[in-house]
Write a new protein. Structure first.
Lengths: 197, 197
DNA sequence: ACCTGAACACCGTTCAAGT
DNA sequence: ACCTGAACACCGTTCAAGT
């Protein structure tokens, strides 16, 4: 049975993987459903069974991007369980590395879509934000700042890391300038909140 | 003479203006050279005389975006010449308003292009950064921080404002949350740098 | 449930030709 | 110098038909 040993039930996964590669190597503009279909060895109409249109594919990519980034940040932070400052640095540094590795994907994740994000994308973005909140929450027990500052500190830090990533991926600054900037931001934020009260 | 009273020497300007409108109302994906040509009443090959290809048009849009944003920030800051904190708040708030007004354009300005920004776009981005540096520089005379902190404070602030804008345009947070966040960021940055030394 | 393949409308890009 | 219009290759999307 199944003279097409490859995609039987996993065409969706194959398309997504290939799409991620194209995105990484040639950018969004080079992403075409028909080309993905050719690469997967199926007819040009086949992707339709898994993605209603091109933007649905882009949404799925953005969704997976958020989930991966959340995982990578959580993983980085967990490798320095005792030291909160170190964990925070590791997590933000993981964000920046993701940005450098997948610039077009990050663009997609924060694209200004006219109708706003789909529910799936929104949920995945919330997952990332939740992960960041968890990481920042650990700073309270470490005595780095007050519990009631966690919310806005998390928002502020995620915005700043995203902004620094945008500067790096758009080639406004180098990766190492970006790294130094992230370190600066964390230090100044922590100094700033404690100086404020 | 000139039975086509409209575009004689200004087709380029007409195309750009129409392109900005399409970008604002329907996003980048809806931007087509052929449609712009139709709207301008010229043949589909005509834009070629002014933009070598679609990405050259996008570059021109990004370039103009940077120049406009720089102007708007400078204008906002100059309306509070005496009070540096007020001027800084006005300038960053102008950034955020630009982001809300032109989300797709801002995306274009910070897009992660595979080959990096063109020279024209890079120069325009430098202009924006120069404007921000000038605005931050005024804080030294006002005694808000040390002259040698201006560089990284400017980088940090521009990254943060860009990141907050991205959160707003991607509908992760509301505009008013974004405004509050910008105010927070400025206050914490200024508290942080002075606490550091 | 998933994929094929024809059909349609639209696009970017090139280029010889006009003015 | 700028614009026209044909030509080409490619695309997204739809849909009846197959398995």
């Amino acid at each position: 049975m199944s003279h097409r040993p490859f995609h039987h039930g996993n065409l969706r996964a194959v398309l997504l993987e290939e799409a991620e590669a194209v995105l990484r190597e040639r950018g969004v503009d080079a992403l075409s459903l028909r080309e993905l279909a050719r690469a997967a060895g199926v007819s040009h109409g086949a992707p339709r069974s898994h993605f209603i249109d091109r933007s649905a594919l882009l949404d799925a990519l953005a969704e997976r991007g958020f989930l991966r980034l959340a995982d990578e940040m959580r993983g980085a932070a967990s490798r320095a369980p005792g030291d909160h400052a170190l964990a925070l640095g590791a997590a933000t540094s993981a964000y920046l590395r993701f940005a450098v590795r997948e610039p077009a994907l990050l663009d997609l994740m924060f694209a200004a879509k006219t109708d706003g994000p789909s529910e799936a994308v929104r949920n995945a973005a919330d997952r990332l934000f939740g992960t960041m909140t968890d990481i920042m929450g650990a700073g309270v027990e470490a005595g780095a700042y007050d519990a009631r500052d966690v919310g806005r500190l998390t928002m502020l830090l995620s915005a700043t890391v995203q902004g620094i990533s945008a500067l790096v991926t758009s080639r406004r600054i180098t990766t190492s300038q970006g790294e130094a900037l992230v370190d600066d931001a964390i230090r100044i934020f922590l100094a700033g909140v404690s100086a404020e009260r």
